[in-house]
Design a protein around this ligand. Structure first.
Ligand SMILES: [Zn+2]
Length: 453
């Protein structure tokens, strides 16, 4: 048995002095510090907080097939350094895409023995794979992802409203959530038409090319389908605050809808993005400060459930740093190693506590991925996954702190609050002092529908 002590353990809806007793890979109990049994190996973290290991429900690991973009080794290393103990991998950008059981098996082979933290897979819903949905669920994916606009890679097709309707009965049959990239093509096409001659080095052009209207109309369509089909709808990377009133109305009608946003939408603002700074390109786009503050308000009132990174790296040249064109640069921001301090920096300024962080970044994503019975909380019977955070210390972001494959980031040079001192996965130290001790022990946490054969 081991004991992890701190004056600030985030557990059972409170932050209090406690000792976490760990037996093997699981938490046996959480007790007052004075009740650590004699002879138990104890580590006292003093004033540093112990939070549940974070769960990131939106990561593009890109492996197999595009491990030169990221990969299981580097993504899970960055995760460990960022306080994450479980990642749920998006079904696209890898080759093959996770749109069939065969694709899932190739992913498992690629992950084997290479992960520093635990992981699970989302399956893909594309234009023609309706008959793979139930088998993918049976094989252990934790839910599905689809796009209502082109995804950026040809191998992962978008779905039209008709194709989505063809897929939904199968999704409903699995009982798993459907995660949707909510933008519609028509408002995007219309906006782009008017911008043919525009200056694409100017971030304003990019912002105009992905108007709020594209997100808002997609979300309204999805809410009406959710009402009709009663599937578990999850909106990934909400950017526009203009959808918040529709979303909060949907919740008050008890529709099964959940919402995520990302560190870049909660930290960056369009006004500050310089000409040609394509490192900030993502879709939907980073909008203005006022929009950002409204997203923070939605974190407070609960309209947004959780924060996921949408960690989506690419080789640096694909960001077209020389050309600086927001039209041709790859969209995606990598933040696995920084998301916790990014969010804590912003959240602590606005009066939130580490309890909110645990809810948004551990419990909420674990619930979405259906593993909230063993991940996302510091409680008896849960996996002994922890992040040790010094919430008061600050640091400067430099390349050495990124730990993912390509050390590029819009956050370089920023001063952030909250230092990850150590990360434990199922009782074992996986990150401390800029080092990754031990062999990669991370493993898949497959869904419960797994076919025992
Ligand atoms: Zn994504």
């Amino acid at each position: 048995m081991q004991a992890f002590l701190s004056q600030r353990v985030v557990t059972a809806g409170a932050i209090r002095p406690a000792a976490i007793l760990v037996e093997g890979e699981q938490i046996r109990s959480v007790v007052p510090p004075s009740q650590v049994p004699a002879g138990v190996e104890a580590q006292d973290f003093g004033e540093a907080a112990i939070l549940p290991g974070l769960v990131d429900s939106h990561v593009h690991i890109n492996d197999p097939g595009r491990a030169d973009w990221e990969g299981f080794e580097t993504a899970t290393r960055a995760a460990a350094a960022g306080g994450y103990t479980m990642l749920v991998d998006m079904p696209l950008n890898c080759v093959p895409a996770t749109t069939s059981v065969a694709g899932l098996e190739q992913k498992r082979a690629a992950a084997h023995g290479r992960c520093r933290v635990d992981w699970a897979a989302w399956g893909g819903v594309v234009h023609d794979n309706q008959h793979e949905i139930v088998p993918l669920a049976a094989a252990g994916v934790r839910g599905f992802k689809c796009f209502l606009v082109p995804s950026g890679v040809d191998s992962f097709t978008m779905v039209t409203e008709q194709q989505l309707k063809a897929a939904l009965p199968y999704v409903v049959q699995t009982g798993l959530p459907l995660l949707v990239h909510a933008e519609l093509p028509a408002p995007l096409d219309q906006a782009n038409e008017a911008l043919q001659q525009a200056d694409w080095r100017d971030y304003k052009t990019y912002l105009q090319s992905r108007p709020d209207e594209a997100e808002l109309s997609a979300i309204r369509l999805l809410l009406s389908l959710c009402r009709q089909y009663k599937f578990r709808l999850h909106l990934v990377h909400l950017s526009t605050s203009r959808a918040l009133s529709d979303l909060s109305a949907a919740r008050s009608q008890a529709l099964p809808v959940t919402v995520e946003t990302c560190p870049h939408y909660l930290h960056l603002a369009s006004e500050a993005i310089e000409h040609g700074a394509t490192i900030n390109k993502c879709a939907p786009p980073i909008r203005n400060r006022q929009n950002r503050e409204q997203l923070w308000q939605a974190m407070k009132d609960g309209t947004i459930d959780l924060i996921a990174t949408d960690h989506s790296p690419c080789p640096p040249e694909m960001k077209r740093p020389d050309e600086g064109s927001f039209k041709t640069a790859w969209g995606g921001i990598a933040s696995l190693s920084l998301a916790l301090p990014l969010i804590w920096t912003e959240a602590s300024l606005r009066g939130f506590s580490l309890l909110d962080i645990a809810r948004w970044m551990a419990e909420g994503p674990a619930r979405l991925a259906g593993c909230h019975d063993r991940k996302g909380r510091v409680a008896a019977g849960y996996d002994a996954d922890f992040v040790i955070l010094d919430p008061e210390s600050e640091f400067l972001v430099n390349r050495k702190r990124l730990h993912y494959r390509h050390p590029v980031s819009p956050y370089l040079g920023e001063k952030l609050r909250g230092v990850v001192k150590a990360t434990y996965v199922r009782g074992k130290l996986v990150f401390a002092d800029d080092d990754f001790p031990g062999i990669p022990r991370g493993r898949e946490v497959p869904g419960r529908l797994v076919n025992p054969s």
